[in-house]
Design a binder for this molecule. Structure first.
Ligand code: ZN
Length: 277
């Protein structure tokens, strides 16, 4: 695991060692982490080293969305505020009671690539929720957290205007096809989110997976989503079958062509949402 200094007061692990990316904003008197990845030893190390390097303490963990590869390390921040959108907390409560019970966790360990990454695991829930957005303040510095939906209904971004940095969670999957298998994924909200990203003064986008990026990559994703959604809406109006629509949408080229095994499943999900009204 190596963490990088993205810009002044912004740090991130984007090398895949924690599965979901983990990032941190250093404010005048405190540190805020965003997402907790899937490796307890690496997250502990990241927190310890950053606190040592900056001489500041961590006050807060913000969760971008409910998926396990973004929340499994929450226990490293048990002494902090843990903030998530209302939707995300609801899904996490459900997940804790159904998907990550101690029995199911033992099952998971049997097939996990590196079960020791979660030795002593405990599912820790958010301690605070917000409905649509919330702002955190530290002296003159402001952090804006906003629930936009897209990848999941609870998906939220964490924006640090002074640093021109935004942590997007899985609304940005840089260098691979954007996984849309979640029950609450919504392509229209995803498009609106990309447009909002482009309207903000941001130079550094930290995605949920992949390297730190710029508005160029956001625009590429927006163009792809736009093409697919326009095509699907048109074909739905014309009365084509799901199979035909997904087949045609599958022909829309996606760049870069990576993790395309997710493509057809994601397109089916988008078709299902778009044909709902
Ligand atoms: Zn996700």
């Amino acid at each position: 695991m190596t963490y990088e200094k993205v810009t002044e007061n912004v740090y991130a692990i984007t090398d895949g060692s924690t599965r979901g990316n983990v990032a941190a904003f250093v404010l005048p008197s405190e540190i805020i982490f965003v997402d907790s990845g899937m490796s307890l030893p690496f997250i502990r190390k990241f927190r310890e080293e950053l606190e040592k390097e900056t001489g500041k303490k961590t006050s807060t963990l913000v969760i971008t969305h409910t998926h396990f590869d973004h929340v499994a390390g929450n226990q490293v921040f048990k002494d902090c505020r843990i903030i998530a959108s209302k939707h995300t907390k609801e899904r996490m409560v459900h997940s804790k009671e159904n998907d990550w019970t101690p029995e199911k966790f033992e099952e998971w360990k049997k097939t996990a690539e590196d079960p020791s990454a979660l030795d002593g695991f405990e599912y820790v829930l958010p301690t605070e929720i917000f409905e649509n957005n919330i702002e955190l303040e530290d002296y003159e510095t402001k952090i804006i957290i906003k629930n936009t939906g897209g990848h999941t209904a609870g998906s939220s971004y964490v924006y640090y205007p002074e640093a021109k940095a935004l942590i997007a969670g899985d609304n940005l999957f840089i260098n691979s096809f954007p996984w849309a298998g979640d029950q609450s994924a919504n392509p229209q909200k995803w498009i609106d989110t990309f447009k909002e990203y482009l309207s903000l003064d941001v130079e550094y986008f930290i995605p949920g997976h992949g390297p730190v990026s710029t508005k160029i990559e956001v625009q590429e994703y927006l163009d792809y989503f736009d093409k697919v959604v326009v095509l699907m809406r048109k074909m739905i109006t014309q009365g084509f079958s799901e199979d035909k629509i997904v087949e045609k949408a599958n022909e829309v080229e996606f760049h870069p062509p990576k993790r395309e095994q997710w493509k057809e499943m994601s397109l089916k999900k988008w078709h299902q949402v778009l044909s709902q009204k």
